[in-house]
Design a protein around this ligand. Structure first.
Ligand code: C2O
Ligand code: CU
Length: 470
């Protein structure tokens, strides 16, 4: 008999449900079912991309932005070949997936960088269903266009909705007369000027929310608001939105005109459902929400918090004029819910007493644009040791004036609220200025794993350290 573990069952179901392309081989004496390895290729290219008017020369997977979504099933191994046609080293990281360390895609930590003209074979088996994304882990490469949605389906999930729409948010500057390296150089030479931020609901988040104010465009699914992507459905239908913030330096506030979101997942994991009219997503956070479609044409707007501009898509269930590029649904002005504001459902809540506690203290020197964890930039850092099987409490302590979306590789963590109560299960938590977030995780995936700020410019400036198994 095949194992009774959930992975075994998932693998079994996956094999059984696989159709067409997957050849099935039954093991001896009904011992199990294996599907052939599904194979994908991601070509990292320099391309000209049409953002819906502006044409930009940039770096993308394939010939589109975002890259083609990678869709896999929980428990099913998949092969992805990265072919590097860029003029720089690259790798792919599978954001949020608890996979083998050697496949994690962090150059210099889990693998050698993939050189120009070379290719690399990744084989990953995502254990958890949910909304994830893949992106380059090369220096400042995600702020070009090297990212794509990564959706892991659960064969057991009822799929209680009529449509599923993937919404990818981005801040864009590459190919508009500048590029991420230039912007980084400018920041390093004292060009830092965070605009002050003051919001009645979110004032506690920080004095300012981003460092880069050179973004020419804000995009949903690679389009400017003047030429938005249109999603169509019928009134009364239910839609699952999978919202991914792929931006490098921008926190987005999201609202859909005349609709409410019923939030179901944060970073792929189910939460106790809550309704809200607006949402706030830090860089690399994901939120899944159900909306019930009204009758009409509606703007889906993502506002870059603390910055000027807008990202927009259109939701259409009937005829009528599309909203203009400056549409501002009133829902946008309601107090948004943050990813860390939810509570995980019981079945995915990680409980346990920490065997070990570590602090990751976040500091920054704004003038020289140097960002540190535990008083060291990456490379000069002291790794945080854990032992296999331990429960670990990692406390992100933010001593700076801005929020940092802190991400841990190879594990997902239980957010523990300041009152000791459970928050959501996540892989990235937005840590407000002058405040702390407790992340509890189980050390069950040996290797050297980075934890870093998902502001790409902060990461490039040193805000990264490692958790290592001893
Ligand atoms: Cu989205 Cu180090 O990762
Ligand atoms: Cu940061």
């Amino acid at each position: 008999m095949w194992s009774g573990s959930s992975i075994g069952r998932r693998a079994f179901l996956t094999g059984t449900l696989a159709t067409g392309a997957a050849a099935l081989t039954t093991g001896a004496a009904g011992r199990g079912v294996q599907s052939t390895l599904r194979k994908h290729v991601y070509d990292a290219n320099v391309r000209e991309i049409d953002l819906g008017g502006p044409i930009v020369k940039t770096w993308v997977y394939g010939d589109r932005l975002p890259g083609k979504e990678l869709r896999v099933r929980a428990g099913e191994p998949v092969e992805v070949r990265l072919k590097n046609h860029l003029p720089a080293d690259s790798t792919i990281h599978w954001h949020g997936l608890r996979i083998a360390n050697a496949m994690d895609g962090v150059p210099g930590v889990t693998q050698d960088p993939v050189r120009p003209g070379e290719e690399y074979r990744y084989v990953i088996t995502p254990p958890d269903a949910g909304t994830f994304w893949l992106h380059s882990h090369g220096q400042l490469q995600t702020d070009r266009g090297l990212y794509a949605p990564l959706i892991v389906d659960d064969p057991d999930e009822p799929g209680d909705y009529d449509h599923e729409w993937i919404i990818v948010l981005d801040d864009w500057l590459d190919g508009t007369g500048t590029n991420p390296e230039e912007v980084f150089h400018h920041l390093r030479s004292g060009g830092h000027h965070g605009g002050d931020y003051d919001d009645p609901c979110l004032g506690h988040l920080g004095m300012h929310l981003g460092d880069v104010h050179d973004y020419a465009y804000y995009l949903i699914n690679g389009r400017v608001p003047e030429a938005p992507r249109t999603f169509t459905g019928r009134p009364g239908q239910r839609v699952r939105l999978r919202i991914i913030n792929a931006a490098a330096d921008t926190i987005f506030r999201v609202a859909l005109g005349d609709h409410r979101f019923r939030v179901t997942h944060t970073d792929g994991f189910p939460v106790r459902q809550r309704e809200t009219q607006s949402l706030l997503l830090g860089m690399s956070e994901r939120i899944d929400a159900i909306v019930e479609l009204g009758d009409g044409v509606f703007p889906l707007v993502a506002h870059p918090e603390g910055k000027h501009g807008t990202a927009m898509a259109v939701v259409r269930t009937s005829g009528g004029a599309a909203p203009g590029p400056h549409a501002h649904p009133r829902e946008l002005d309601t107090c948004p819910l943050l990813g860390t504001g939810f509570v995980a459902t019981d079945d995915v809540t990680l409980t346990g007493r920490p065997d070990r506690e570590h602090d990751a203290v976040l500091t920054g020197d704004m003038h020289h644009f140097i960002w540190k964890i535990n008083d060291a930039v990456f490379g000069e850092h002291t790794p945080l040791p854990v032992r296999s099987g331990e429960g670990v409490r990692l406390r992100y302590v933010n001593r700076t004036m801005m929020p940092h979306p802190m991400h841990l590789h190879g594990h997902t963590f239980q957010v523990i609220n300041p009152d000791g109560g459970f928050g959501p299960r996540k892989d990235t938590a937005l840590v407000p200025a002058k405040s702390a977030v407790d992340a509890f995780f189980v050390a069950d995936n040996p290797g050297d794993w980075v934890t870093h700020c998902h502001n790409e410019y902060h990461m490039a400036a040193g805000m990264m350290t490692t958790v290592v198994y001893t």
